[in-house]
Design a binder for this molecule. Structure first.
Ligand SMILES: *[C@@H]1O[C@H](CO)[C@@H](O)[C@H](O)[C@H]1NC(C)=O
Ligand SMILES: *[C@@H]1O[C@H](CO)[C@@H](O)[C@H](O)[C@H]1NC(C)=O
Ligand SMILES: *[C@@H]1O[C@H](CO)[C@@H](O)[C@H](O)[C@H]1NC(C)=O
Ligand SMILES: *[C@@H]1O[C@H](CO)[C@@H](O)[C@H](O)[C@H]1NC(C)=O
Ligand SMILES: *[C@@H]1O[C@H](CO)[C@@H](O)[C@H](O)[C@H]1NC(C)=O
Ligand SMILES: *[C@@H]1O[C@H](CO)[C@@H](O)[C@H](O)[C@H]1NC(C)=O
Length: 310
């Protein structure tokens, strides 16, 4: 039989030749295993869950991170020594930019967890979500803001209709040439339309990075700065998952993202549906606690976009 033939043949070889043969076999096996692992990894990359490293870099305090499940879940921490932050590797222009966040539980007074898209230059375009912590049992405030060409001053503040520390919720921006929708789960909480027709600049040519950080904001965040951080509860941890990014990668000039041919450019994303309009007004009526559009001490008359945005 062939097998036995090989063994008797092997028995006849010198010791050195045997060692060489065994080593060769090990190398060949290693190659086969290596290739198949590589192939599996490649195959899976199309539908596996995106991890932190796929799209993000740590930008502040690596020692204040906890990276769990190979980066499917990430925690960032604030303590007396430092906060922490991360940012996207690429910049983007238009798309559906989303993140699942679970905020600091229990006493989070004085902490600020920010999630924002920004071009980070003086004349920046920026869309902000800022979560202002609170004492145990008291509600977070979600403050949003929009900057175009470096001009912001468009704060809105809402309470949330759920406890943002109990579970992950999706905070996202759907941004195309027609509107920027701030969504919390599937509820639009804010819309900034392309109102260039009214003379309002629109964010359309600056690629933005996606950033998040946790930091000490006790001078202003909670009850206007009355509640300071209680360090007994440190470290304060905000958790993240959902690191996939469905947006147009900005390559230095806007053209390749301005084709109008991406899914978010379709007609149905150019204006709000009646269901979305209903939800925006539900948020405004029930959860809004501040709106720059109704702050007449600050803006008289209100800024021009205020009559157009829902
Ligand atoms: C992200 O990290 C990679 C690898 O460490 C580095 O090459 C790259 O410059 C970083 N990018 C940004 C935007 O910081
Ligand atoms: C944007 O992405 C989120 C999270 O994946 C998803 O729930 C939402 O439906 C997307 N928006 C649109 C308009 O498809
Ligand atoms: C929050 O407080 C509850 C009850 O006191 C405790 O069980 C839980 O571990 C705390 N959570 C965190 C994140 O500290
Ligand atoms: C904004 O809308 C105007 C029409 O009102 C359009 O001409 C312009 O291209 C839009 N801006 C962008 C960035 O697409
Ligand atoms: C914290 O709770 C107090 C009391 O309920 C409330 O007035 C305040 O708006 C809440 N949020 C913040 C961030 O201050
Ligand atoms: C901080 O929290 C601890 C534990 O609940 C409490 O004993 C202490 O009084 C708090 N400190 C302040 C300044 O509120």
């Amino acid at each position: 039989m062939a097998g036995l033939g090989i063994f008797s043949y092997l028995r006849g070889l010198s010791r050195t030749t045997k060692i060489v043969l065994v080593l060769a076999l090990v190398v060949i096996l290693a190659c086969i295993i290596g290739v198949s692992v590589g192939v599996t990894k490649h195959k899976k990359s199309s539908n596996r869950i995106a991890t932190f490293d796929d799209n993000y870099n740590i930008t502040w305090a690596p020692d204040h991170f906890s990276i769990i499940n190979n980066g499917e879940l990430v925690g960032i921490m604030l303590d007396k020594v430092s906060g922490a932050g991360f940012g996207s590797i690429n910049r983007y222009l238009y798309g559906n930019i989303t993140m699942q966040i679970k905020l600091v539980a229990n006493d989070s007074a004085g902490t600020v967890t920010a999630y924002y898209l920004s071009s980070l230059i003086d004349t920046r375009d920026e869309f902000d979500f800022e979560f202002l912590g609170n004492t145990s049992g008291q509600p977070y405030i979600l403050q949003t803001n929009v900057y175009v060409n470096g001009v912001g001053g468009r704060e809105q503040r809402i309470f949330l209709w759920f406890d943002p520390t109990a579970d992950f919720h999706t905070y996202s921006v759907l941004w195309n040439q027609h509107q920027v929708i701030f969504n919390v789960d599937d509820v639009p909480i804010r819309v900034f339309r392309n109102n260039t027709a009214l003379g309002v600049p629109y964010a359309y040519d600056q690629g933005v990075g996606i950033y998040s950080s946790i930091w000490n904001g006790e001078q202003w965040a909670t009850r206007g700065g009355l509640e300071k951080i209680n360090w007994t509860y440190a470290p304060f941890t905000a958790s993240y998952q959902g690191f996939g990014i469905d947006a147009c990668v900005f390559t230095g000039t806007p053209d390749s993202c301005l084709t109008g041919k991406n899914w978010w450019d379709q007609d149905k994303y150019q204006t709000l549906t009646s269901d979305q309009l209903g939800k925006v007004s539900w948020v405004k009526q029930n959860y809004m606690i501040y709106n720059y559009c109704t702050d007449s001490a600050r803006y008289t008359p209100p800024l021009p976009e205020c009559g157009s945005n829902p």
